[in-house]
Design a protein around this ligand. Structure first.
Ligand code: SAM
Length: 464
């Protein structure tokens, strides 16, 4: 990108931050090709190193130093077009953006909020750290982006995430003092996007930086309400100016003395292979007082707001649907066990809503909030027959299924399955089973009369 026209005031701002010598190197980085990254999904693969070994040659992989599961790939490798991408084996993510969730360091069993989550880079990273244990709420304010986030959560096979589509105040009013850790990857002026996206340059101005800093301060206030005493808040941006980074954090701490800054990290595009990122790790003291709104009050308030968003159905209907799911699972997923949670119905769609470890979270907490994915989508009742959801195929392990039809990822049958075509079945097969590529589930198929009827959702079918 050698013709980058950077605003004069932006160059002045960078010079003030870096000094003349470093600024020259920084500006020269705009002439260099950008780095591309992917992150392996621990929910799918026991070891990123092993998966990287298999795909090393195909994608020319090399490790990203600050992320154990992250690898650079050669741009021409196009990993987004590989069948194992459809299987959720990895997520494509800008390399420096991988630093933020590494710093969050979520532990299995914890309750985590990813506050500004779409398209899902940090969400999928955090879900891998949780290893299916605990509760992850991934929130995105913009509906269309929440939908993309939800699709990425599905492909990654995440069973313990709830995707919400709320504004910051809609979450803070119902989850005070609730989360062990909060990731706030804040909307920002995107200076680290300039090499990737010329529109980001056109949108940039000192006024836009001020506007973003104000918005970040507002969102941080809501994050502070929702953190448990002793909890960790990670704030990150993909921008370089101090106003949206160090200054936002300094002002936040001045207002909230119960928070301590544990670390900051800046990844610069002229010093590392990546577009650049800022990360701040904050910890709230154990003795911090809970916000004035106690949990019970907030939940009470939430349950009065009954008129907006998708509504879960009554518990008894969900329980009836669960019987249909159990019948399905007894035959087709005999070795699959649901985690702690409860059944929730949206229309004909049955979800398994994960609970948090302390039993403070259930369907009541979602009442009135727009929900894009209420946990693991188990399936739908169609013409009185239970049809398993694609999300379920992505979340189970092959050995839990009644039968699996496996092919090598480069086999013509896999390309045919991804196009939505019927495959040939082995004689003994009947009912629902999984089609897998190199052992990783791609979706459901239903066997009868020597054929496998393709149940890959139409919207996911594609020509490789
Ligand atoms: N964490 C995401 C990832 O890793 O894929 C990227 C998040 S992006 C940097 C910031 C997000 O904040 C955007 O999806 C944007 O829609 C959202 N956002 C914009 N305005 C917001 C607001 N006022 N409150 C909360 N989120 C907002």
């Amino acid at each position: 990108m050698s013709n980058v026209q950077l605003p004069e005031s932006y160059i002045r701002q960078i010079t003030a931050l870096l000094g003349a010598e470093q600024t020259e190197k920084f500006l020269r980085s705009y002439e260099e090709p950008r780095a591309y990254g992917l992150r392996f999904n621990p929910l799918k693969t026991g070891s990123a190193k092993e998966s990287a070994g298999t795909l090393k040659e195909a994608f020319s992989l090399s490790p990203i130093p600050w992320c154990e599961t992250g690898y650079y790939y050669e741009h021409d490798a196009k990993p987004g077009k590989h069948p194992l991408y459809a299987a959720g084996l990895y997520y494509i993510q800008e390399p420096s953006a991988m630093s933020a969730a590494e710093r969050l360091d979520a532990q299995p069993g914890e309750t985590i909020l990813d506050f500004a989550a779409a398209p899902g880079g940090k969400t999928t990273h955090i879900a891998g750290q949780l290893r299916g244990e605990g509760l992850l709420i991934a929130n995105e304010i913009h509906p269309a982006r929440a939908k993309i986030l939800s699709e990425n959560v599905e492909r990654a096979g995440i069973s313990n995430a709830v995707v919400t589509n709320g504004a910051p105040h809609e979450l803070s009013s119902r989850f005070p003092g609730f989360f062990d850790r909060i990731m706030l990857d804040a909307p920002c002026s995107g200076e680290g996007m300039f090499r990737k996206d010329a529109d980001a340059i056109a949108e940039w101005s000192p006024q836009h930086v001020d506007y973003c800093a104000q918005r970040q301060a507002d969102i941080l206030e809501h994050a502070a309400i929702m953190l448990k005493p002793g909890g960790t808040l990670v704030y990150s941006t993909c921008t370089f100016n101090r106003e949206e980074n160090e200054e936002t954090i300094e002002q936040f701490i001045a207002k909230h003395p119960s928070f301590r800054l544990e670390a900051t990290e800046r990844l610069w595009p002229h010093l590392v292979q990546g577009e650049g990122h800022f990360v701040a790790v904050l910890r709230q003291s154990e003795s911090a007082e809970m916000s004035a709104q106690g949990s019970e009050r907030a939940v009470g308030k939430a349950s009065k707001k009954r008129d907006r968003g998708k509504k879960p159905g009554g518990a008894s209907t969900a329980a009836q649907q669960l019987t249909a799911f159990n019948e399905f699972a007894n035959k087709s997923l005999p070795r699959f066990v649901l985690g702690a949670g409860e059944p929730v119905l949206f229309g004909d769609a049955l979800y398994w809503l994960p609970h948090d470890g302390e039993q403070r979270f259930g369907a009541a907490q979602l009442d009135g909030l727009k929900v894009a994915r209420a946990g693991l989508h188990l399936g739908d009742l169609r013409k009185n027959r239970f049809e398993p959801a694609h999300a379920l195929a992505m979340a189970v392990r092959p050995e839990q299924a009644d039968w699996v039809q496996n092919y090598s990822a480069d086999a013509p049958e896999i390309a045919a399955y991804l196009r939505g075509e019927t495959l040939a079945a082995a004689d003994a097969q009947s009912g629902w089973g999984l089609v897998t590529a190199d052992g990783y589930p791609l979706g459901w198929a239903k066997a009868s009369g020597g054929q496998l009827k393709n149940h890959l959702p139409k919207g996911l079918r594609r020509h490789l």
